[in-house]
Design a protein around this ligand. Structure first.
Ligand SMILES: [Zn+2]
Length: 278
């Protein structure tokens, strides 16, 4: 697109529109469009000219046929990253991505059943088995582009827990919380935040009734502590289709939905997708 051939009002509108939708776009560099907030825990969706190659800190990213790709920045991601784009005509564009740091909450929860804080030996094998099943359900990169559509909340309710907070359970510091918790009564419908294919639907020790959805390009949503699950592995859900109901199964202090977002093994913040997406 050449701005010089557009009339001034259209150019201004296009610029404003671009700024509104895509706050982190470098207007001078037409080869890259970025959707998402450049901050720790963020899933970023990007677009480059079709046929381009994209590297993040030297590592090649998967780019689909439309030139779309995803990248993630973990909870404690470094603040400076280098994105290199080689367009089909051989031109190389280099961009420095500055990732803002976040402050995370510390949350203390006391009075939990000690067996859930430090699991008894008898269930260690089950927990190991659960982790392997979850890892398998979140592996692979299906060529499916639901991830590039807009995400909505999977349940309506107050946010009772946020990404990145550190939990101290019965005085023992645990690994950070990686989901966003939505409170509500048992039985509240849980729906697909955007379309996805079910890769796991089963009862796990920690997370209770758990559903995993594959949104494509290695991006997965996980829904924990469900009361009921109304889908099975292989089901393809449209955005807004119900997958179960809110509950308190597994290690839960009360009824809530814990929604997780993964890019492969990388744990990202789902809340950023619904508040800062598109
Ligand atoms: Zn949670």
């Amino acid at each position: 697109m050449k701005l010089s051939v557009l009339s001034a009002p259209i150019a201004t509108m296009a610029l404003l529109f671009g700024l509104l939708l895509l706050p982190s776009v470098d207007a001078a560099d037409p080869s890259l469009v970025i959707n998402g907030k450049l901050t720790q825990g963020s899933l970023i969706r990007g677009q480059v000219p079709k046929g381009s190659e994209v590297r993040l800190n030297g590592q090649k990213l998967t780019v689909n046929r439309q030139g779309k790709f995803v990248m993630g920045f973990e909870r404690e991601a470094e603040t400076s990253h280098t994105l290199t784009i080689v367009t089909p005509d051989g031109e190389t564009h280099t961009r420095t991505l500055n990732i803002s740091k976040r402050d995370y909450d510390i949350q203390r929860i006391d009075g939990l059943d000690q067996n859930m804080v430090s699991p008894p030996k008898a269930v260690l094998e089950r927990i190991r088995n659960d982790s392997a099943r979850v890892a398998r359900a979140r592996s692979g990169t299906r060529n499916y582009d639901a991830v590039f559509t807009r995400f909505s909340w999977p349940a309506e309710g107050p946010i009772t827990g946020v990404y990145g907070s550190q939990r101290i359970l019965n005085g023992e510091p645990k690994r950070p919380h990686y989901g966003v918790d939505v409170g509500g009564p048992v039985g509240t419908p849980i729906v697909a935040p955007t379309s996805g294919i079910v890769t796991l639907a089963e009862d796990l020790y920690y997370s209770g009734n758990t559903v995993i959805l594959d949104h494509g390009m290695g991006v997965f949503s996980t829904f924990l502590h469900l009361d009921t699950m109304t889908v099975t592995v292989g089901d393809k859900l449209e955005k807004g289709e119900q997958l179960g109901t809110l509950g308190a199964t597994g290690r839960a202090t009360g009824p809530h939905l814990d929604w997780r977002l993964n890019l492969g093994p990388m744990r990202l913040d789902p809340q950023l997708l619904v508040t800062d997406g598109e």
